[in-house]
Design a protein around this ligand. Structure first.
Ligand code: MG
Length: 364
């Protein structure tokens, strides 16, 4: 089997809420690139390269890197993931967002060609569905509490409260949401690097009264000493997100026990191959881990659902449901029911392009 065509095209999705924002930016649209690899048997594998400006990748930089990689794929065997990943890393350092779409498309194509769901290539499944954690974007405390109730009505039981680094307002947000949702709902917070260590310790200790289970990335990504100080000084689980940009970062975070947990994001790490490696590093160091993703198409979420059912250490709700607030998704095949996503049936990732959604792909 060999790849006979390597193509890509843009995936631009509007958000239902144009005011959606977190501590680092506001996002009116989700943008990414879809990768399509076709084999000589006529099977097509899809991947998604998401842009993530706050992690250093724009649509333009991702496209430029992706074109370099895609132009060398024709004639290659899609089963040779390790060989292709090694070549991409030798050709151009970093650029993991661009590499992720290709890695995932290779896995999807390999699984489809074998007639197997993706998880079969990842070690098999340990669970049938994955509970989903939904993000509450930064707004006034009352508005965020109202949004939490709307999501609860849809069946969600896990929420992540976005914070902004201002103690009083942030504590007010957490208090209002806990009061609205009651005691049985799981709450986490994400400050997206907006605190310094001492302020984070003070704020998180106040938020502990409202039973916050996880505090994600309270301090700047590069402040590992500050991050460890927070981990050692607050009662809830402290989780790295932006501090875990690469496999090397995961190795440093786990070896130094700088955090209690790490959120693993395949679009950031370079795809499935590296995310599995990151999970094994966490597993061996007894560091908690779960799956997150870039905000975008069902294709991104489906990829990580397969990882979430296959990785033994994933033990908390995953952040894979933000497609539910986006419009214009070119892929279909998974939905959130009662706050969970069931493992899709079918070969590969289990999602398929909507009819006519992927016209005008560019061949490299
Ligand atoms: Mg985060």
């Amino acid at each position: 089997m060999k790849i006979v065509r390597a193509e890509y095209g843009p995936c631009i999705m509007r958000t239902e809420d144009p005011e959606w924002r977190f501590a680092l930016a506001a996002r009116r649209v989700s943008e990414s690139w879809i990768v399509a690899l076709t084999s000589d048997e006529g099977v097509v594998g899809y991947g998604c390269s998401a842009r993530s400006p706050h992690m250093g990748s724009t649509m333009a930089t991702t496209e430029a890197a992706m074109r370099e990689f895609l132009s060398r794929l024709e004639g290659r065997d899609p089963m040779d993931v390790e060989d292709v990943v090694r070549d991409m890393d030798a050709q151009l350092a970093g650029n993991y967002h661009a590499k992720a779409g290709i890695d995932v498309a290779l896995y999807d194509l390999a699984a489809k060609s074998l007639g197997l769901p993706l998880y079969k290539l990842l070690g098999g499944k340990l669970r049938e569905s994955v509970p989903i954690l939904r993000i509450l974007a930064i707004k006034s405390p009352d508005k965020m509490a109202e949004n939490a109730l709307l999501l609860m009505e849809k069946g969600y039981r896990y929420f992540k409260i976005k914070l902004h680094g201002e103690q009083k307002e942030d504590v007010d947000r957490v208090r209002a949401i806990r009061k609205a949702v009651g005691d049985d709902i799981h709450l986490t917070i994400d400050a997206n690097q907006s605190y310094n260590a001492k302020d984070a310790i003070r704020a998180l200790n106040r938020m502990a009264d409202f039973d916050i289970e996880i505090a994600e990335q309270p301090v700047p990504a590069g402040d590992l000493e500050g991050l460890k100080l927070v981990t050692d000084s607050v009662p809830m689980v402290v989780e790295a997100d932006e501090s875990a940009r690469t496999l090397e970062d995961v190795a440093v975070l786990t070896k130094g026990r700088i955090v209690d947990a790490i959120t693993l994001k395949a679009p950031r790490f370079g795809g499935i191959r590296n995310t599995i490696t990151a999970a094994r590093l966490c597993e061996s160091a007894n560091i908690r881990h779960r799956l997150g993703s870039a905000v975008g198409s069902r294709l991104l979420a489906a990829t990580s659902i397969h990882l979430a059912v296959a990785l033994p250490g994933v033990s908390y709700a995953c952040e894979l449901g933000e497609f539910d607030r986006l419009l214009d998704d070119p892929f279909e095949g998974i939905e959130i029911v009662n706050g969970s996503i069931a493992l899709p049936s079918g070969a590969g990732c289990g999602v398929t392009p909507r009819p006519g959604a992927l016209q005008n792909l560019t061949r490299c």
